[in-house]
Design a protein around this ligand. Structure first.
Ligand code: ADP
Ligand code: MG
Length: 361
């Protein structure tokens, strides 16, 4: 069941040198899904969300909400509701008054409003808090008031534009998890805009990674993190190593790539690939293992930098004149700390099934 479908959606800002803020986007968002639009500032996330809400008119393309085309549907009539940054609760209104606001504006009968407010407060588990003011609530409770306010008119889809952007890290992480849990409980479709890759990975069922008005890749957090299909996505999501090399051998499901014409690296790879083609290898720092110089791993390097980050230690290891590799090694035991220091010769291991080949260089 498709909640929102974007077909060849584009937005050109005429007053901005015909700038294509959104460039031919196609997406299908499933009902009940937590779907994120992720990308750097200026890539077109907000513009896309505003077109879904009806605040911005597409230059071309069509938006469907539960199968119905939206081109002639006013924002007010769309079954969507937008939740803004910091939730913008009215400080001088109680929880119940904040939640009732949307229906009060429509002059609905008092009885109906009261019933509806009670219903949504049950949904977001805030029963008993009706008479409190926002300042008397925790951050998580305020978030639930904002949700209740957005749910009061029974939208099919809730839209969020970086709602947690202004919070400090610890509170933001708590609110992320709580919002995700609420979404699962409610079973409502969420479209969530963020530039924070960790936030998108934590919360989403699926993510669309955007860059310069386009969608580069759509997938689950695992697909996006483990199998990025472009250098941009690999680089934007998390920390990444890129090594450039030449394909020198193919044997069954493995390919050997000679990095910087010196280091042979084995990669699990099942697709066709031409011998001698130049490729980019991509491997996450936490997938690389680091060993003492006397171990019998084949790749040797020299530690250039060691940074202790609590749970992990992050090493930069020089492999060749041209290339370094970042290694993140978990500090499982106290003895793991300070194992390797700057200047030490070490061995590194790149597991063949953790390396991806990107054919763009
Ligand atoms: P994001 O939310 O991903 O940061 P936006 O959708 O806000 O990106 O903006 C995408 C691009 O469109 C930006 O380059 C921005 O400057 C431009 N833009 C956004 N709104 C307008 C507007 N009303 N008029 C002209 N240019 C705009
Ligand atoms: Mg934005």
């Amino acid at each position: 069941d498709c909640a929102v479908e974007l077909q060849q959606l584009s937005k050109k800002f005429i007053d901005n040198k015909d700038f294509l803020a959104v460039n031919n986007i196609n997406l299908q968002i499933t009902a009940g899904e937590f779907f994120s639009l992720l990308g750097p500032s200026g890539c077109g996330k907000t513009t896309t969300l505003r077109m879904i809400a009806g605040f911005e008119t597409p230059t071309s393309g069509e938006i469907f909400i539960h199968g119905e085309p939206m081109s002639h549907c006013l924002p007010f009539h769309r079954r969507v509701n937008t939740v803004f940054q910091n939730y913008a609760l009215f400080p001088h209104l109680t929880v119940a008054q904040n939640v009732a606001f949307g229906l009060e504006m429509e002059n609905r009968p008092r009885r109906e409003i009261q019933n509806r407010v009670a219903e949504v407060l049950v949904q977001v588990q805030l029963t008993g808090m009706e008479k409190r003011y926002p300042r008397q609530l925790s951050g998580g409770q305020q978030q639930r008031v904002a949700l209740a306010r957005a749910l009061i008119k029974q939208p099919a889809v809730l839209l969020f534009d970086e709602p947690l952007g202004a919070l400090d890290l610890k509170l933001r992480k708590e609110m992320q998890l709580e919002l995700k849990r609420m979404q699962q409980r409610l079973g409502i479709t969420f479209i969530y805009v963020t530039h924070d890759q960790e936030e998108a990975l934590t919360m989403s069922d699926r993510i669309a990674v955007m860059h310069q008005g386009r969608v580069l890749q759509v997938g689950t957090p695992v697909e996006i993190y483990e199998n990025p299909t472009s250098r941009f996505v690999a680089d934007f999501i998390g920390e990444t190593n890129f090594l450039i090399g030449r394909v020198i051998k193919r044997h069954l499901d493995t390919v050997t790539v000679l990095v910087d014409e010196q280091l042979p690296v084995c990669v699990s790879y099942e697709d066709e690939i031409a011998l001698n083609s130049i490729v980019t290898l991509f491997v996450r720092p936490e997938k690389v293992a680091i060993f003492p110089a006397n171990s019998n791993e084949s790749l040797q390097g020299k530690v250039e930098e060691t940074v202790y980050i609590g749970t992990d230690t992050r090493y930069i290891v020089r492999l060749t004149e041209q290339s370094c590799i970042i290694v993140r090694s978990q500090n499982l035991h106290y003895s793991d700390l300070h194992k390797f220091n700057s200047g030490d010769t070490v061995k590194v291991k790149l597991p063949p099934d953790s390396i991806r080949i990107l054919t763009e260089v």
